[in-house]
Design a protein around this ligand. Structure first.
Ligand SMILES: [Zn+2]
Length: 410
């Protein structure tokens, strides 16, 4: 456990952060390269993960300026799957019912993207406001009639909206809380923007998924915080908000849906999570201490497997130009000498290159044209879906390598 000099906890400001994993200098996980970019050196930033003993929050130390991560030229990939949309529609239906929302309510979504969620409220005649910093998604949201502000959400914007009488009955924030650099400003803004009886419905990846399942490749510069319920309860309490209910979500391989309100009305679900975390030691450094060795083992096992297959003359390609793929490939040092290409269905990614290792991204049709012996599945959380899509490749004798939680050949 090392104490990095001059860093303090993103949540509580404590100064005793202990680093438990260093992935090294990594390129930005979504920074896919255009052919012209190949002449240039791309920016790399350290990726160190630390635990705060004061408030129990796991977090990365470096903060890449948000403009670099989510700025105007942030590539816009409308990547919402059918299952994601169905999940959103169900979420909306439950909130309308539960909170008795109608034409006089207001629902705000932070990081509203292209309006994928708010569209379902709008279809039911409930006023909505989206807030998102990225130009492409904002334009797409407006095109489908979802009023959207192009801005970063924080304390100031919340005060401005509240002053203009635009407080919310429901605030949604899906997969954004872990991404914001000013964690306290964001949560304080939620408190300001909520009506007295409003609710914030917040979805975050769960730190136990990361640690218990070795999911180190979900650590990247956009993900600043890795939340436990213990750390979250403390964060909200600091802003006079109560974490009243927690629901487990299977989407994104294990996330939490949090219900946060001004009035404290703590449900049994919260107490159960807190007790389970205490039993597992999630609130102590020891729980995180062995993670680095496990990650190292995944890397060496994967490299040993790929090296053996190559030596036997096998041809290997990658599937899925996902953010976690960038981290896995760069951390393990898997480049063109191992993989021939990375196939991806997203036409916006095709013709580009994976950051750092610079593997070309091609259309999935290449798989059947080339019929490599093995496909390394980078977004392993979608492995079933991908293997189903590649049934023909499999029938022709193709096999799959799934790298996490431990490298296996299927
Ligand atoms: Zn802390």
């Amino acid at each position: 456990m090392t104490n990095p000099v001059g860093t303090s906890c993103r949540s509580c400001g404590g100064g005793d952060l202990g680093v438990f994993l260093s992935l090294g200098n990594m390129p930005l996980s979504d920074g896919l390269l255009a052919p012209d970019d190949l002449q240039r050196e791309e920016p790399r930033y350290p990726l160190d993960v630390a635990f705060c003993p004061d408030c129990t929050l796991a977090q990365i130390l470096a903060t890449v300026p948000p403009e670099e991560l989510f700025g105007a030229d942030y590539p816009y990939f409308s990547s919402f799957t059918d299952s994601r949309l169905k999940h959103s529609a169900a979420n909306v239906a439950a909130r309308i019912e539960e909170r008795r929302l109608d034409g006089s309510s207001l629902v705000v979504e932070l990081a509203s993207n292209d309006g994928y969620l708010l569209q379902y409220y709008r279809a039911r005649g409930i006023p909505v406001l989206g807030i998102d910093p990225a130009l492409g998604p904002v334009a797409a949201a407006r095109a489908r009639g979802v009023e959207t502000l192009q801005a970063f959400f924080g304390r100031d914007l919340a005060i401005q909206l509240a002053t203009n009488g635009r407080c919310a009955d429901v605030i949604h924030a899906n997969n954004v809380l872990a991404h914001v650099a000013d964690t306290n400003g964001f949560v304080s803004g939620i408190g300001t923007l909520l009506k007295e009886d409003g609710v914030a419905v917040i979805e975050v990846p769960y730190v136990r998924e990361l640690i218990d399942h070795g999911e180190f490749d979900t650590i990247y510069h956009e993900h600043l915080c890795y939340f436990s319920v213990t750390a979250l309860a403390e964060l909200f309490r600091r802003h006079r908000l109560a974490l009243n209910r927690v629901e487990p979500l299977t989407i994104h391989g294990g996330s939490l849906r949090l219900f946060v309100e001004k009035r404290e009305q703590v449900d049994r679900s919260v107490t159960e999570y807190l007790q389970a975390e205490q039993r597992a030691g999630v609130d102590r450094f020891d729980y995180y201490a062995g993670f680095s060795a496990r990650v190292e083992r995944i890397r060496s096992d994967l490299l040993a497997l790929l090296t053996r297959l190559k030596r036997e003359g096998a041809r290997i390609a990658g599937y899925g130009a996902a953010a976690k793929g960038t981290i896995l490939l760069n951390f393990a040092g898997i480049g063109p000498e191992m993989l021939e290409f990375v196939a991806d269905r997203n036409v916006h990614k095709q013709g580009r290159y994976m950051p750092g290792v610079r593997l070309p991204i091609v259309a999935p049709a290449r798989i059947l044209e080339e019929q490599p012996d093995y496909l390394l599945i980078l977004p392993w959380n979608f492995k079933d879906e991908i293997m189903e899509q590649q049934a023909q490749y499999r029938r022709l004798g193709g096999r799959f390598i799934v790298p996490v939680p431990e490298p296996v050949v299927i």
